[in-house]
Design a protein around this ligand. Structure first.
Ligand SMILES: *Cc1c(COP(=O)(O)O)cnc(C)c1O
Length: 416
């Protein structure tokens, strides 16, 4: 990619009151406060015609949609391969779950093994554009390891705040990518507040994705890709696990933009999936009331968010697509982890496969019909959380080095 096309951003607009702001280093609406998340707006006529004339020459990664990203022409995207993750047709899993056709889009194949690389890759470019050499975030896991990874690729210093209970594999990723890691003796909320204060105090760029308007644009690329990859056989449903709400909000936005530009003629219905132990967005969606923060208790750590920041955008996008939401138990998530791996060969972390559990539940509840088709976004790789994977998988056979011992195990297996 030599010459980048011009930037097509027109302005930023508050998702609550609609107040508009020029494209710059701002986060939330001055009138609506922290809840007033800003949405990036584009000149769709120019962006669309430019994009249509260019896509056939572009590499298959998520920068192929540059016109629909808030990226300046002078910036060079990180060289790591991000996006255009594969979509698999998985008939055995489809039969097990009970739909006519099922597709998995495996976002565990991104550089740091989660969907978050789509957002972090835009975040590091915005930090560079705004003149920062340091970037920070608070995260329970994937946003952090992703930011550490993309910072390593682009030469930024990263400062990561994690709560005391963060999973070890994700901490290990942070350390190997060279991040300065602050393991805060306290809750996620305390780590979040401390990271924000530190950004102000030490002059770091803030990647906290709930409120940074540019990060959701990176997440949007999965929606753009689904439209292009599935153009001729769009699924009836696109299924996404929901924590803060940025992922489903971004995917919905991407699909809507591809409809606006005429790439697809309708938008699939979104099915948002939360864990029963952390379902404030599900509750707000069901009641039609404002969100009430909750405690969290689920093995799906990546969607264990009690105070989601982007819930309005999530619900807006789900409603716009005539979508639905469901909540699933930890047992159902563990079952989904096991059957997804065994009936498709795709290994996802608990939040990564929660969509498969949610699809199953939506069929039980007659929300999704057995003659319909669905695509589940697998948002993170299973090795991110070995403890849960082992819980789902059962035990290995420890044997003496003899053929008899092998035969004994096989016999036992036959009887089961
Ligand atoms: C972050 C994350 C999600 C949910 O994304 P939100 O924007 O928080 O809703 C789902 N799955 C995985 C693996 C994640 O890391």
């Amino acid at each position: 990619m030599n010459i980048l096309p011009p930037n097509f951003v027109t302005n930023l607009k508050c998702i609550i009151c609609g107040k508009e702001y020029p494209h710059g280093n701002i986060f939330t609406c001055s009138q609506c406060g922290d809840q007033g998340i800003l949405d990036v707006k584009y000149d769709f006529d120019s962006a669309g015609s430019n994009l249509k004339s260019q896509t056939s020459n572009r590499p298959f990664d998520h920068w192929r949609y540059l016109e629909l990203l808030p990226i300046s022409p002078s910036l060079h995207p990180p060289f790591l391969y991000i996006g255009w993750t594969p979509v698999y047709d998985v008939p055995r899993l489809a039969r097990h779950v009970g739909v006519r056709k099922l597709f998995l889009k495996d976002d565990g194949r991104n550089p740091s093994n989660s969907f978050k690389d789509r957002a972090s890759s835009v975040g590091v470019l915005k930090a560079i554009e705004f003149g920062f050499k340091e970037i920070a975030c608070a995260s329970t896991g994937n946003a952090a390891s992703s930011l550490a990874c993309l910072s390593a690729a682009t030469g930024l210093n990263s400062y990561i705040f994690v709560p005391e209970r963060a999973p070890e594999p994700k901490i290990t990723q942070l350390l190997i990518f060279g991040a300065t890691v602050f393991r805060v003796k306290g809750t996620y909320e305390q780590a979040f507040d401390l990271s924000k204060q530190s950004c102000d105090q030490f002059g770091w760029y803030n990647r906290n994705s709930g409120t940074n308007p540019f990060l959701v644009e990176g997440k949007k690329t999965a929606g753009l890709e689904i439209a292009e990859q599935m153009k001729d056989h769009l699924p009836d449903w696109v299924v996404v696990s929901v924590g803060d709400g940025c992922t489903i909000g971004g995917i919905g936005k991407g699909l809507q933009e591809m409809k606006l530009l005429g790439f697809i003629d309708h938008v699939p219905r979104l099915l948002g999936v939360q864990a029963e132990g952390a379902k404030p967005i599900f509750d707000a969606f069901s009641s039609g009331q404002d969100l009430i923060p909750t405690d969290t208790n689920t093995i799906a750590d990546s969607i264990a968010v009690g105070t989601p920041r982007n819930w309005r955008r999530a619900i807006q996008q789900i409603r716009l697509s005539h979508g639905e939401m469901v909540a699933v138990s930890d047992e159902e998530i563990l079952e989904a982890m096991r059957v997804t791996a065994r009936l498709s060969g795709v290994f996802g972390e608990p939040a990564g496969v929660a969509g498969v559990a949610g699809l199953r539940k939506a069929i039980e509840q007659n929300i999704v019909k057995s003659n319909e088709t669905a695509l589940v976004v697998i948002t993170g790789n299973g090795l991110k959380d070995i403890q849960s994977a082992k819980q789902a998988a059962g035990k290995e056979n420890i044997i003496k080095p003899t053929l008899d011992a092998v035969a004994e195990v096989l016999e036992k297996q036959l009887k089961q």
